[in-house]
Design a binder for this molecule. Structure first.
Ligand code: PMP
Length: 458
């Protein structure tokens, strides 16, 4: 491959596409599965051993999967680069630009020469802005000097949070459907995920009874990973629902909580009852007795559409924050200085009303998608998602597929050029995950495509 001229790669890919009668799916002999989009995007396959060296890869890799969302995204980008028109509702990324104040702060940071390493935990200005934001909106008080660690995206912050608590042989409770990176990060820590299915009847929320039964049966569980609002279900735990979980956790003081609240600014008004706004989606750390054992994850990617800035953070009591800092100091030194300057602007200069307007726009998109899905055959809709920008309909009744959501998504991509992510990668077999954080026009095209695909199934 290294001797190839730059333009040879697209030609090779083109031939590959031609060689596969339809371009895709590509048959993957190794796993006997047709899901192998990496053939389109990787310039070389990665065999476990090489004929030229005796290097063995880390055996942990055999228990870790590539992120399917990232794979689908890469596949879509490759197909688009090859001139194929693809509609994609596969990525959890807002379609709008970051607010102007953020863009201006980015430029200013360049001209001001903010181009050096920062403190491992982030600039003091950003940590102060984060602490003030959490105090003002969530009523939790963190010391910016010792209790906030800024990282390169919430994903890294989650991983460091897992590593700070879990090691070989430990167990981690993860409610399903889950964000796919959770079990993989747990596996990378040498720990084992204990997956508990949250049912569609409870809006995909874990019940206190389920939590107690699982903790009782698995004394090695050291960490509980709670995504609120949830990717992929859009489920949101209200204060009363979180209180139910906290009550159980008080009986298990050895269990830490990783509260992934990256979508907490994207919550829709509840339709049931008169819940005050501060109780729609409170921070888990704000519940009585929970501060000392909770690592709160948040970041700028979703609320401020700053996905490419790679800016996230852990807020945690000093002992846990210090453990995360130690790990980060060896893994990455610090988050990007320009991103951090932009993060300060996001938290201090963007008025709440701007974000609230985005939530209203997102809610209209959610409602449109739900209305359209309700008209389609074989689609079983869960209760309307109360937050984030995902919906996870069940299509297991669709003929031909017998609940195989991967085959379903591959054929959808092949026949209609519509990219969705199979539910099984989120621990939700038979479902498909739709991200509606895109333009209304694109959503309309996508819904037409999905409807046609389902209707043609007979
Ligand atoms: N947690 C959840 C639940 C997410 O969905 C994502 C992004 N898809 C992240 C964390 C990571 O966000 P970031 O882009 O800040 O790394």
């Amino acid at each position: 491959m290294k001797m190839m001229r730059p333009h040879s790669l697209p030609i090779l890919l083109g031939l590959l596409l031609l060689a596969q009668s339809w371009g895709f799916p590509v048959f993957n002999k190794a796993t006997n599965s047709r899901w192998n989009p990496s053939l389109y995007v990787a310039s070389k396959e990665a065999p476990e051993t090489s004929s030229e060296t005796t290097i063995q890869l880390n055996p942990l890799l055999s228990s870790v999967k590539m992120s399917k969302t990232v794979e689908v995204m890469a596949l879509v980008k490759q197909l688009q680069a090859d001139g194929v028109e693809v509609t994609s509702l596969s990525v959890g990324e807002p379609d709008f630009l970051p607010p102007p104040a953020v863009l201006e702060a980015t430029h200013k940071a360049v001209t001001d020469g903010e181009l050096r390493y920062t403190a491992v935990t982030g600039t003091l200005a950003l940590r102060q802005a984060i602490a003030a934001d959490l105090e003002r909106r969530k009523g939790v008080s963190y010391d910016p000097l010792t209790e906030i660690v800024v990282g390169n995206g919430a994903k890294q912050s989650v991983y460091q949070g897992v590593l700070a608590v879990c090691g070989l042989g430990d167990q981690v409770l993860i409610p399903a459907p889950y964000w796919p990176s959770y079990p993989e990060m747990v596996a990378l820590a040498g720990a084992k995920a204990v997956i508990v299915d949250a049912s569609v009847e409870t809006g995909f929320l874990l019940t206190p009874d389920q939590l107690r039964t699982t903790l009782e049966a698995n004394p090695k569980i050291k960490l509980f990973m709670l995504c609120n609002p949830s990717n992929p279900t859009g489920g949101v735990y209200s204060r009363a629902e979180l209180e139910g979980l906290a009550e159980v956790l008080r009986d298990y003081p050895h269990v830490a909580i990783l509260a992934d609240e990256i979508y907490e600014r994207l919550v829709y008004p509840p339709t049931d009852g008169d819940i005050p706004k501060e109780d729609w989606c409170p921070s888990f750390a704000s519940l009585p007795g929970m501060f000392d054992r909770t690592m709160t994850i948040n970041g700028m990617s979703k609320a401020y559409a700053m996905t490419g800035y790679r800016l996230g953070y852990v807020a945690a009591p000093a002992r846990l924050a210090k453990a995360v800092t130690t790990l980060q100091s060896q893994i990455t030194s610090c988050a990007g200085s320009l991103s951090q300057a932009a993060g300060v602007a996001a938290l201090t200069q963007v008025p709440d009303e701007v974000l609230e307007e985005n939530v209203q726009i997102m809610q209209r998109k959610r409602d449109y998608v739900l209305d359209e899905l309700a008209k389609m055959p074989y689609v079983n809709l869960p209760a309307p998602p109360r937050g984030a920008f995902y919906v996870l309909p069940d299509v297991s009744k669709a003929p031909i597929y017998n609940g195989d959501d991967t085959e379903f998504c591959l054929d959808l991509l092949k026949q209609e050029r519509l990219a969705l992510v199979p539910g099984s990668s989120f621990g939700a077999p038979g479902c498909i995950r739709i991200s509606y954080a895109t333009s209304l026009e694109e959503l309309q095209v996508a819904m037409e495509k999905l409807n046609r695909f389902l209707t043609n199934l007979g």
